[in-house]
Ligand binder design. Structure first.
Ligand SMILES: Nc1ncnc2c1ncn2[C@@H]1O[C@H](COP(=O)(O)OP(=O)(O)OP(=O)(O)O)[C@@H](O)[C@H]1O
Length: 263
């Protein structure tokens, strides 16, 4: 287990959040979650417990009904809102612009932030190389496999060096081998960029492989039932290996998930 004592102020803080959708569905109730700089937090829980809702609120894509949220760069007291580029997200569907090349898809958020093409080029080339797409800058989405499209989507999300990266089951549609490879790429990027990540997944294996903290939500209404720190004594660059430590962490998370299902 890692020492989970926070050392720096959180990048994102959810305090006592409730979310009631207009149709009356209570998706979140008394949700508290602090995410600290450089953390990779996985959010797990039974289907419908409110994981995506929590992520959408964090992204500012939907509002909350009660409680408080502090996003990166925001200061409620001084009325400062998060800047575009402070928060990035990656969903299951890569959502690339089909008429733009791989280079231009990744360039898009930098362009919107006012960066020139020439200025952006070295950064884009570097990030494409990190995700294994060095030779594909001129390709178009239709020419890429699902795994390659996901790599472009991750590169596009991280190219602005966001303070917070939100990922909602990004690898759910990929086959297992591609999923393992991309997980390793994501881990390299996370380590290289020092990003802070919140990652929603249904996979215990994936969460233990990737995260340094796993937060489990209870079935209803959406609230946190417990969390586990993962200090990764197993070789993280070697894929999902069932070493005794890795397996022990997986068992711990599975036990917590079982409790969450029964709650
Ligand atoms: N736009 C919406 N309007 C009404 N209810 C919604 C809406 N979006 C989600 N819900 C409901 O809110 C609850 C939480 O949904 P959410 O998608 O956040 O859960 P989840 O944990 O991400 O689920 P899953 O693991 O299946 O993706 C569910 O009961 C869902 O039906």
């Amino acid at each position: 287990m890692t020492d989970m004592t926070p050392t720096q102020p959180p990048v994102m803080r959810m305090q006592n959040l409730d979310k009631v959708y207009p149709n009356g569905t209570v998706a979140l109730k008394n949700l508290f979650l602090d995410v600290h700089p450089g953390e990779f937090v996985s959010l797990l829980g039974p289907s419908g417990c409110g994981k995506s809702t929590a992520l959408k609120i964090a992204a500012g894509l939907t509002g909350h009904s009660a409680g408080r949220i502090q996003r990166p760069g925001e200061d409620e007291v001084r009325g400062i809102r998060a800047k575009p580029g402070d928060i990035a997200f990656v969903f299951q569907e890569p959502n690339l612009m089909p008429w733009l090349s791989v280079f231009d898809n990744v360039f898009l958020p930098l362009k919107l932030a006012g960066t020139s093409r020439a200025e952006a080029r070295p950064r884009i080339e570097e990030i494409l190389a990190t995700v294994g797409l060095a030779g594909f800058a001129g390709s178009y989405p239709r020419e890429l496999s699902g795994g390659m499209k996901m790599r472009v989507s991750i590169a596009r999300a991280l190219v602005t060096k966001p303070r917070l990266l939100l990922m909602d089951e990004p690898f759910a549609a990929l086959d297992e081998i591609t999923r393992n490879k991309i997980s390793q790429d994501l881990l390299s990027l996370w380590q290289a960029t020092g990003s802070t990540v919140i990652f929603v997944t249904h996979s215990v294996f994936e969460s233990v492989f990737l995260s340094n903290r796993i937060v489990v939500m209870a079935a209803r209404p959406g609230r946190i039932i417990g969390e586990i720190g993962v200090d990764a004594p197993y070789p993280r660059d070697a894929g999902f290996r069932l070493t005794p430590d890795y397996a022990a962490h997986c068992r711990e998370v599975s036990a917590l998930l079982t409790r969450a299902m029964e709650s």
